[in-house]
Design a protein around this ligand. Structure first.
Ligand SMILES: [Zn+2]
Length: 487
């Protein structure tokens, strides 16, 4: 602090203002209360620890979107007993290791693959031809954790959109399993939580959604090769990319089977959603813009995560969605990453507290402690609620118009207001500009701008973050698009 001295009154004054400002912004955890209080007292101001958000501006408060009649019916149909039966069936194959046998009808990953395929087909049979089921198969050449050429097969149930089939939303669970040694393809590897639970979510949503007509396309997937290195999901994401498919949201459900931690902590009404800030596929040019004007909390994946809390954190799902501002947990990865690498918005659902005695472990008892990923450690009511969060998310996305494309903020001149433009979105009846103070995590304000695809807002783009979303005649809203600067 050598730059501060009593001989420099200007510096001392700045320091007091800095302390007071810090306390107001960050709370007493950073700058202790008495120091900040003394500073404000000297300035003759009172600074509350939680001041009203600044700045204020136009628009009404942003509120969550409540489920419509059809979505409530969908949520009510999700059946925990069906989920439990499907998880127990997947466990019954003994192992679903990617390198396990593929030509035994009762044992190994091949039997699991065929059972998932036939189960999905039985659901699709009730769809009037709108749901198709495929085996997306490929030979993985020798690579890390895959010593010999190995067939890997994803099962995709695709419910084709009634109005906008070219717009796609994907959820996925991985049906391969493992024990302590990732190369062990013969030991009992029940994989009930990791990740029969996620596969059960895809299966249950396929069952419940098969008879319905979403406007956009929904893909319910079960992939393999996850434990060996995300091989199945990488193939799926690459296939979408090569075909130019407009995937506007992807979620992996991986380890969504239990709400109890190794220390017994229970949190049965919370599901974590991991969502990255800085995009995995960010280019140097995009990084330069972000460094200049911010946006590290406004990736397409973060907008998707905000959307999930708005549509799926409510009494109908009976769940709280706990967004985590990171791509995945420490030392771990998941099937959303290949989508992020290809520029698709994506996130990962995972239970709130993990028990690592139950993941990637040989099934055994050690000092009276049961290790292994067994169905007895699953909470099937919790998995059903997680399935409801997924259903609310997918249905709300597929019932709404798509996220506006090419949203831009005009930055030709220095001004104290904001001009936004975006492309017309198929199915949109009108648009909303959303905004929030830069330190707020969620969109706080909404401005209805009607049918126009541009807006002039009397609020400085320097002081808040803006987004644009599309709305249909029934009031279904898309996730927000974060505008890039138009120079
Ligand atoms: Zn997993």
């Amino acid at each position: 602090m050598g730059y501060m001295s009593d001989k420099e009154p200007h510096a001392a004054t700045s320091r007091r203002i800095f302390l007071a400002g810090s306390a107001a912004t960050f709370g007493a955890g950073v700058v202790t209360g008495p120091v900040a209080a003394a500073a404000s007292e000297r300035r003759g101001h009172h600074h509350p620890l939680h001041p009203a958000p600044w700045p204020d501006g136009p628009g009404r408060r942003n509120h969550p979107q409540q489920p419509d009649h059809e979505l409530r019916a969908i949520l009510a149909e999700i059946d925990r007993h069906r989920i439990e039966a499907n998880i127990r069936k997947l466990v019954s194959f003994g192992t679903r290791h990617t390198l396990s046998t593929q030509d035994d009808t009762h044992h190994g990953i091949g039997a699991a693959r065929d059972w998932i395929f036939e189960t999905m087909r039985s659901y699709a049979a009730r769809s009037g031809g709108r749901m198709t089921v495929e085996k997306q198969s490929f030979i993985q050449q020798p690579a890390d954790r895959v010593p010999t050429p190995t067939r890997i097969t994803n099962i995709l149930a695709t419910l084709h959109g009634s109005r906008f089939p070219e717009r796609v939303y994907v959820i996925s669970g991985h049906y391969d399993s493992r024990v302590t040694d990732v190369m062990n393809s013969t030991s009992f590897a029940p994989g009930a939580d990791d990740d029969a639970s996620g596969v059960a979510v895809s299966l249950e949503l396929a069952r419940v959604l098969a008879t319905r007509r979403p406007e956009a396309t929904i893909v319910l997937a079960a992939v393999a090769g996850e434990e060996q290195g995300l091989y199945g999901s990488t193939h799926m994401a690459e296939a979408f990319k090569k075909a130019g498919v407009d995937v506007q949201g992807m979620f992996t459900n991986d380890i969504v089977g239990s709400s109890t931690a190794d220390d017994g902590t229970r949190d049965p009404h919370s599901i974590r959603l991991f969502a990255e800030g800085v995009p995995t596929d960010e280019t140097p040019a995009q990084a330069a813009i972000r460094q200049a004007v911010g946006g590290e909390n406004d990736s397409a994946s973060r907008q998707l995560a905000r959307f999930v809390t708005e549509v799926a954190d409510n009494r109908f799902t009976d769940m709280h969605v706990r967004i985590i501002y990171r791509r995945d947990r420490y030392l771990r990865g998941g099937d959303h990453i290949p989508f992020l690498e290809r520029g698709y918005p994506a996130g990962r659902f995972t239970e709130p507290n993990e028990n690592f005695n139950h993941e990637h472990q040989d099934v055994r008892v050690e000092n009276g402690v049961q290790f292994g990923d067994l169905p007895r450690f699953c909470d099937f009511g919790f998995i059903a609620r997680t399935a409801r969060v997924n259903a609310a998310t997918l249905w709300s996305l597929a019932a709404a118009p798509g996220t506006p494309k090419n949203a831009q903020v005009i930055t030709t001149n220095l001004t104290n207001d904001t001009d936004l433009i975006w492309d017309a979105t198929p199915g949109a009846a009108r648009y909303e500009v959303v905004w929030r103070p830069t330190i707020e995590p969620e969109w706080t304000h909404v401005i209805d701008v009607g049918r126009a695809t541009h807006a002039h807002i009397n609020l400085s783009k320097d002081n808040v973050f803006f987004g644009v979303r599309s709305v249909d005649h029934q009031g279904h809203r898309s996730p927000a698009a974060f505008p890039t600067p138009k120079l």
